[in-house]
Design a protein around this ligand. Sequence first.
Ligand SMILES: [Zn+2]
Ligand SMILES: [Zn+2]
Ligand SMILES: [Zn+2]
Length: 152
Amino acid sequence: MRHARADAGADSGDVMELLRDRGLRMTPQRRAIVAEVMHTDGHISPTAIARKVQGEMPGVNASTVYRTLALLEEVGVLAHSHLESGAEYHRSEEAAHVHLTCSRCGSEDALSLAEADSLHALIRTHHGFEADLTHFAIGGLCRRCSRLHAAG
Ligand SMILES: [Zn+2]
Ligand SMILES: [Zn+2]
Ligand SMILES: [Zn+2]
Protein backbone atom coordinates (compact mmCIF):
# COMPACT_ATOMS: atom_id res chain seq x y z
CA MET A 1 0.00 0.00 0.00
CA ARG A 2 1.45 3.32 -1.04
CA HIS A 3 0.33 6.78 -0.06
CA ALA A 4 1.11 9.96 -1.97
CA ARG A 5 4.48 11.07 -0.63
CA ALA A 6 5.37 14.58 0.35
CA ASP A 7 8.33 16.05 -1.49
CA ALA A 8 11.57 15.89 0.45
CA GLY A 9 12.14 19.23 2.11
CA ALA A 10 8.46 20.12 2.27
CA ASP A 11 7.78 23.05 4.60
CA SER A 12 4.90 23.55 7.05
CA GLY A 13 2.77 25.23 4.38
CA ASP A 14 3.09 22.30 1.97
CA VAL A 15 2.34 19.85 4.74
CA MET A 16 -0.77 21.73 5.85
CA GLU A 17 -1.89 21.77 2.21
CA LEU A 18 -1.40 18.00 2.12
CA LEU A 19 -3.53 17.49 5.23
CA ARG A 20 -6.20 19.88 3.96
CA ASP A 21 -6.34 17.83 0.73
CA ARG A 22 -7.20 14.85 2.90
CA GLY A 23 -10.22 16.72 4.20
CA LEU A 24 -8.67 17.67 7.52
CA ARG A 25 -9.65 20.97 9.08
CA MET A 26 -6.45 22.86 9.95
CA THR A 27 -7.26 24.08 13.43
CA PRO A 28 -4.78 26.36 15.26
CA GLN A 29 -3.80 23.33 17.36
CA ARG A 30 -2.97 21.21 14.30
CA ARG A 31 -1.04 24.13 12.77
CA ALA A 32 1.03 24.47 15.92
CA ILE A 33 1.75 20.72 15.93
CA VAL A 34 2.79 20.70 12.25
CA ALA A 35 5.01 23.77 12.75
CA GLU A 36 6.70 22.16 15.75
CA VAL A 37 7.30 18.92 13.83
CA MET A 38 8.77 20.77 10.84
CA HIS A 39 11.13 22.71 13.12
CA THR A 40 12.44 19.59 14.83
CA ASP A 41 15.66 18.04 13.54
CA GLY A 42 16.47 14.40 14.06
CA HIS A 43 14.26 12.23 16.23
CA ILE A 44 10.77 13.50 16.90
CA SER A 45 9.49 12.24 20.22
CA PRO A 46 5.69 12.33 20.48
CA THR A 47 5.84 13.23 24.19
CA ALA A 48 8.38 16.03 23.57
CA ILE A 49 6.19 17.48 20.79
CA ALA A 50 3.13 17.26 23.04
CA ARG A 51 5.01 19.02 25.86
CA LYS A 52 6.25 21.84 23.59
CA VAL A 53 2.90 22.44 21.91
CA GLN A 54 1.10 22.38 25.25
CA GLY A 55 3.63 24.90 26.55
CA GLU A 56 2.75 27.31 23.75
CA MET A 57 -0.91 26.49 23.56
CA PRO A 58 -2.34 25.24 26.84
CA GLY A 59 -5.32 22.95 26.46
CA VAL A 60 -4.06 20.99 23.45
CA ASN A 61 -4.95 17.37 24.03
CA ALA A 62 -2.03 14.92 23.87
CA SER A 63 -4.23 12.59 21.82
CA THR A 64 -4.61 15.37 19.20
CA VAL A 65 -0.83 15.46 18.99
CA TYR A 66 -0.55 11.68 18.57
CA ARG A 67 -3.32 11.59 15.99
CA THR A 68 -1.74 14.40 13.98
CA LEU A 69 1.65 12.62 14.02
CA ALA A 70 -0.03 9.43 12.77
CA LEU A 71 -1.69 11.42 9.97
CA LEU A 72 1.64 12.97 9.03
CA GLU A 73 2.99 9.43 8.71
CA GLU A 74 0.03 8.40 6.56
CA VAL A 75 0.69 11.21 4.09
CA GLY A 76 4.39 10.30 3.96
CA VAL A 77 5.90 13.24 5.85
CA LEU A 78 7.02 11.16 8.84
CA ALA A 79 8.14 7.58 9.47
CA HIS A 80 8.39 5.90 12.89
CA SER A 81 10.89 3.53 14.39
CA HIS A 82 10.99 1.72 17.71
CA LEU A 83 13.86 2.66 19.96
CA GLU A 84 14.78 1.64 23.49
CA SER A 85 12.85 4.72 24.70
CA GLY A 86 9.71 3.89 22.69
CA ALA A 87 8.45 4.80 19.23
CA GLU A 88 9.82 7.99 17.69
CA TYR A 89 9.30 9.68 14.37
CA HIS A 90 11.71 10.94 11.75
CA ARG A 91 11.12 13.20 8.81
CA SER A 92 10.78 10.61 6.02
CA GLU A 93 13.83 11.88 4.17
CA GLU A 94 15.93 11.32 7.33
CA ALA A 95 14.57 7.86 8.19
CA ALA A 96 17.02 5.73 6.20
CA HIS A 97 19.25 4.43 9.01
CA VAL A 98 19.45 1.46 11.36
CA HIS A 99 19.40 2.28 15.09
CA LEU A 100 21.77 0.70 17.57
CA THR A 101 20.63 1.23 21.14
CA CYS A 102 22.62 0.31 24.22
CA SER A 103 20.49 -1.60 26.68
CA ARG A 104 22.80 -0.66 29.54
CA CYS A 105 23.39 3.11 29.20
CA GLY A 106 20.68 3.96 26.67
CA SER A 107 23.07 5.63 24.21
CA GLU A 108 22.12 5.52 20.55
CA ASP A 109 24.14 5.11 17.42
CA ALA A 110 23.12 4.49 13.83
CA LEU A 111 24.26 2.57 10.76
CA SER A 112 23.73 3.91 7.29
CA LEU A 113 21.79 1.63 4.94
CA ALA A 114 25.06 1.12 3.04
CA GLU A 115 26.68 -0.22 6.22
CA ALA A 116 23.70 -2.50 6.83
CA ASP A 117 23.61 -3.72 3.25
CA SER A 118 25.51 -6.98 3.79
CA LEU A 119 23.11 -8.01 6.60
CA HIS A 120 20.16 -7.08 4.39
CA ALA A 121 21.57 -9.13 1.49
CA LEU A 122 22.29 -12.12 3.77
CA ILE A 123 18.71 -12.19 5.09
CA ARG A 124 17.35 -11.97 1.56
CA THR A 125 19.65 -14.73 0.25
CA HIS A 126 18.99 -17.17 3.09
CA HIS A 127 15.34 -16.45 3.81
CA GLY A 128 13.99 -14.62 0.77
CA PHE A 129 12.95 -12.04 3.34
CA GLU A 130 13.05 -8.34 2.49
CA ALA A 131 14.03 -6.90 5.89
CA ASP A 132 13.14 -3.38 6.90
CA LEU A 133 16.08 -2.78 9.21
CA THR A 134 15.05 0.82 9.87
CA HIS A 135 11.83 -0.08 11.73
CA PHE A 136 13.20 -1.63 14.92
CA ALA A 137 16.40 -0.74 16.71
CA ILE A 138 19.09 -3.36 17.24
CA GLY A 139 19.65 -3.66 20.99
CA GLY A 140 22.98 -4.55 22.58
CA LEU A 141 25.93 -2.95 24.31
CA CYS A 142 27.73 0.14 23.04
CA ARG A 143 31.52 0.19 22.72
CA ARG A 144 31.98 1.69 26.17
CA CYS A 145 29.57 -0.67 27.94
CA SER A 146 30.90 -3.77 26.18
CA ARG A 147 34.45 -2.82 27.31
CA LEU A 148 33.24 -2.43 30.90
CA HIS A 149 31.38 -5.70 30.56
CA ALA A 150 34.48 -7.51 29.25
CA ALA A 151 36.55 -6.03 32.07
CA GLY A 152 34.04 -7.59 34.45
ZN1 LIG B 1 16.86 7.66 13.91
ZN1 LIG C 1 6.15 0.19 14.10
ZN1 LIG D 1 26.24 1.78 26.68
